[in-house]
Each structure stands twice: as structure tokens, then as C-alpha cells.
Write a protein of this length. Structure first.
Length: 201
């Protein structure tokens, strides 16, 4: 896990929020520009929780086409489609009692958003090709560089899902707005790369 580095007012506020939220299980939406450290915040929430026995499972919602992403999230039974030669557990199952980190949630299709909403509302989902629902106890942490409020207006993101995911919002300002964090970040990564390259020499 990469620690959350910085002493700026914004970074200290985020650290305080992590300490307050780590054991609540409340859905958290992490927002900010690309590269500000949204996954770092998600990992710190996970590692600071004492209530979790499961894994930290990351899914990049922008990296996979809709059907493949659906099967990765919810899993499938043998024979659910042509290449489904055996049962496959999805990320919701793998993240049970842990964290399911939905990165780039703003890039998810509307159809799949509906299925995510159903899983969050009912605490259960149906794998592709299955007949029975499966209960899920994953802590949902999501992240996006989109301004979802604008996506809602443009009918690109479901408003009801937004409110489900955004129980708590953690916004990470861009580094240009917290310049006092830069020297500490430089020192941290310099030491990390120094150790890495010294071991490889």
C-alpha cells in the first residue's frame, strides 16, 4: 500500500476522513482529476479498516467492453455463453467481506449501471446463466474523474446510482492546488526508486 503523503490542508482533511470512514462500510465515491491518487485513498480506506476479512479487488470500468465487464463483475455459470466452459466467480464474490473498488465508474454503460444499482439495493446479484441470486457483502468504493452531476444531466449516468455510490464523497484536489505536498512526494518516490534500483544493481 502506498501511504497518503502530504501535509496540505486538503490532504490532512482526507486523512481525517479515512480514519473516520474506515470501519463504517458506507459507500464512498472518490473524485478528482486523473493521477491525483484516487486508488491510493481507496487502499488506505481498506487497510485502515479493522472490520474486513476479505480482499481489495479493483475493477477498471473503462478498460473492458460492457459484456466482458458484466461477466467480470457478476461471474457466470458453465454454459452461460459459448466460451463459458466452467463456472467463473465474479469480482463481487471475490470481494465478499472486503472492498470492491470500481475505478472509472463514470465510464460504465447505462445498462450495466442498472445491474450495479440492483446489486447495491438488494445486496444480491445473479451471475450470468444462473438461476439463483448470490448475496454480496462487499464494501463498494468507487472513483471517477468525471463530474457525475453533469453526466446525470446529459443522461449518461443514473441519478439513483449516483446517490447510492455517493453516500460519502472524498474529493482530491489536483497537486497544483496543494503545492506544499510536492516536496514530500518527491522525497518519498526518490527513496522508493533508489531502493528499487539499488536492489537490481
Amino acid at each position: 500500500m502506498v501511504p497518503l503523503i502530504g501535509t496540505s490542508k486538503a490532504t490532512m482533511h482526507i486523512k481525517e476522513m479515512i480514519n473516520q470512514l474506515a470501519n463504517t462500510g458506507l459507500n464512498v465515491l472518490i473524485t478528482g482529476e486523473t493521477g491525483v491518487g484516487k486508488e491510493v485513498v481507496a487502499q488506505n480506506l481498506y487497510f485502515n479498516s479493522t472490520n474486513l476479512s476479505g480482499d481489495f479487488i479493483k475493477v477498471n470500468c473503462a478498460a473492458l467492453p460492457e459484456l466482458l465487464l458484466e461477466s467480470e463483475l457478476f461471474g457466470y455459470d458453465k454454459g452461460a455463453f459459448t466460451d463459458a466452459h466452467k463456472k467463473h466467480n465474479g469480482k463481487f464474490i471475490n470481494a465478499d467481506n472486503g472492498v470492491l473498488f470500481l475505478d472509472e465508474i463514470g465510464d460504465m454503460s447505462l445498462g450495466l449501471q442498472s445491474k450495479i444499482l440492483h446489486a447495491l439495493q438488494d445486496g444480491s446479484f445473479t451471475p450470468l446463466g444462473a438461476d439463483e441470486d448470490i448475496q454480496t457483502n462487499a464494501w463498494i468504493i468507487s472513483a471517477t474523474n468525471h463530474i457525475l452531476e453533469e453526466n446525470i444531466i446529459r443522461k449518461k449516468f443514473r441519478e439513483d446510482l449516483y446517490y447510492r455510490l455517493n453516500t460519502i464523497n472524498i474529493h482530491i484536489p489536483a497537486l497544483r492546488h496543494r503545492k506544499e505536498d510536492i516536496p514530500l512526494l518527491l522525497k518519498y518516490y526518490f527513496n522508493q526508486y533508489k531502493m528499487e534500483y539499488s536492489h537490481n544493481m
